[in-house]
Design a protein around this ligand. Sequence first.
Ligand code: TRP
Length: 456
Amino acid sequence: MAQQDSSTVKRGGFSSGFGVLAATLGSAVGLGNIWKFPYLTGANGGAGFLLVYLLATLVIGLPVMIAEITIGRHAKANPITALKKLSPKGQPWWLLGAAGMFASFLILSFYSEVVAWVFAYIFKALGGSILTSDRNITEAAFNSLIGDPLQSLLWQWVVLALIGGILLMGVTKGIEGLAKKLMPLLFLLLLLLCAVSLSLDKAREGLAFLFHPDFSKITASVILTAMGLAFFKLSLGMGTMMTYGSYFRDDQNIPATTVRVMAADLCVSMLAGIAIFPAVFTFGFAPAAGPALVFITIPAVFSQIPMGQVLMVGFFVLAAVAATGAMLSLMEVPVVILHERFSMSRPKATLITIGALMLIGSSCALTNNVLANFKLFGLNMFDLFDFVSSNIIMPAGGILLAVFVGWIWGAEKFRAALSNNGTLANARTARVVFFLLRYVSPVLILLVMLKGLKLF
Ligand code: TRP
């Protein structure tokens, strides 16, 4: 890939400040909040995990997010070109962009399958059969869905085709328009769910599980999982935020935007947690039910209120929309790389990406049925893709990004880029973030990874 930077390719971009915020938030908020956050919190002991996750978000997530967006905005190019532009001759930092492209295929493979379940649940909700707090019924419904290879695969391909269609419409119209309109509705519905859940018999137990830490449950692998979630939630470590950063306007205040995105994202996760755990304890579900948790619990909560069926349809529709914003941002990485580095038209790049995902992703669709006994390193394909991306590639990407900014790009250039050559007054923020990136984040991430992966 000796070809020179193709920065002459005409680029789309976000048209307004609110558009930037909405699209970045659209990438961050997704099934990570509604599905992954509750299931990991449940499986890793509750409040202790939540605490570590919060710390990881603040100390590691925020600086890395600022670094990624700043690099992207400064270079105004896809991750590979951006890193080539900014690194000294001969240093292969662009490999980070390539790793990001690989990671985005892994993540999309299992993510699109979870979105497939959400789609299937829209129709199950319409049918009404799952609207019950009887765990035998909700659990059986979920198991029959994931146990059926045909349904699992078809829904996944429907999801992928739909996302491809949206991407073919282009950056601004597709991503921005959708994200802007529907996020507030999801928020309202989650609030309603929380109110219902908090009125249940064992609401207290659920809240205690979520907010009263038991420190004995915090092990090295719990910490690694929490850090992985922090990366996953903010779409970090594999080029997504760098790509979105490249669509930011120069006068956008990056630290302010990231803090808002992080805060709003946390809110959505907390609401999802508060909606789910009281119900889990009241109806006798297992907090550690794994990926099934949300799909068996949410119907039980809706079964408790009038018009529950209609609202449940709405919930899964909005979950699908939230997931769509996240998937669009994930898919943007390979698409823009193929488009700008390999001179493909955007439509062609999109079609190739979707085609590849249909193939690779099918291993996740078939994980709970045809491939149920197929494991690598003791994990099935779904869990393996998730583990490798969240717990290895993204944190490793985070370390390298922090090292790149802290030791290669340097304080001067970072500060200039972050403040848009001094026009935005954020010199103090820049100094703190730079310090974290240079000395704190890389060491911390590395320690957590080594311990969590039991390498020392
Ligand atoms: N953050 C999204 C969510 O929580 C998922 C996501 C979108 C993502 N883009 C990403 C995760 C890039 C990792 C990397 O649902």
